[in-house]
Write a protein that binds this ligand. Structure first.
Ligand code: CMP
Length: 155
C-alpha cells in the first residue's frame, strides 16, 4: 500500500474540476486519507519544485501555483503512486492519452490541472511537506475486501 499526493492545481479549481477528479479516484477504488484547500507559499513551492529550479519555466510555474488556492489530497492504494500517475496522463496535456485526467480535460503544458507524486520516495517527501500528522486519517475502507484479494492486502 502506498500514498500519493494529488493537487488539483489552480486551473482545475477555476474550471470546476475538483469533484470530477475526486470522483475518478474514488471510482477506481483508491482511499482518500487527507484533503484540504490551501494557498501554496513561496517556501513550499521552492522545496516542492526544487528539481525544476533552473528551468526557464520555474518563475511562471511558481506564480501559476500561487495564483489561486489548490486542493491537496492524499490517496492510498496498492501501487497507488504508479496507478495515479497513469490516471493523470502526460505533462503536456494535449499529448496525454484520452481517458486520463489531462487527456480528457486539458490542452496545456503548464495548465495541466493536476499534480501527482512521481514515485514512492518523492510521495513520502511530499506527504510530509503538505500534511501534518493530524490531517492524515488512517480509516478502515471496508470495501477494500471487494477491491483487492486478501493476498494483495497482505492479509
Ligand atoms: P507537473 O509535471 O505536475 O510538475 C511540474 C509542472 O511544471 C508541470 O506539471 C507543469 O505544470 C509545469 N511545466 C512543465 N513543463 C513546462 C513547460 N515546458 N512550460 C511551462 N510549464 C511547464
Amino acid at each position: 500500500m502506498d500514498r500519493s499526493v494529488v493537487i488539483v492545481k489552480p486551473d482545475g479549481v477555476q474550471r470546476g474540476l475538483i469533484g470530477e477528479i475526486i470522483h475518478r479516484f474514488e471510482r477506481k477504488g483508491l482511499k482518500l486519507v487527507g484533503i484540504k484547500m490551501v494557498s501554496l507559499s513561496d517556501a513550499l513551492l521552492d522545496e516542492w519544485y526544487a528539481h525544476h529550479k533552473e528551468r526557464a519555466f520555474f518563475p511562471a510555474l511558481k506564480s501559476y501555483m500561487k495564483s489561486y488556492p489548490v486542493v491537496s489530497m492524499l490517496w492510498e492504494g496498492v501501487d497507488g503512486v504508479a496507478t495515479i500517475r497513469k490516471m493523470v496522463g502526460a505533462t503536456k496535456a494535449r499529448d496525454a492519452e484520452p481517458g486520463t485526467v489531462r487527456g480528457d480535460f486539458a490542452m496545456s503544458q503548464q495548465y495541466n490541472l493536476i499534480h501527482a507524486s512521481e514515485n514512492a520516495e518523492i510521495a513520502k517527501k511530499e506527504e510530509e511537506l503538505m500534511f501534518s500528522k493530524s490531517e492524515v486519517f488512517d480509516w478502515e475502507k471496508r470495501d477494500f475486501d471487494h477491491i483487492y484479494l486478501a493476498d494483495e492486502l497482505g492479509k
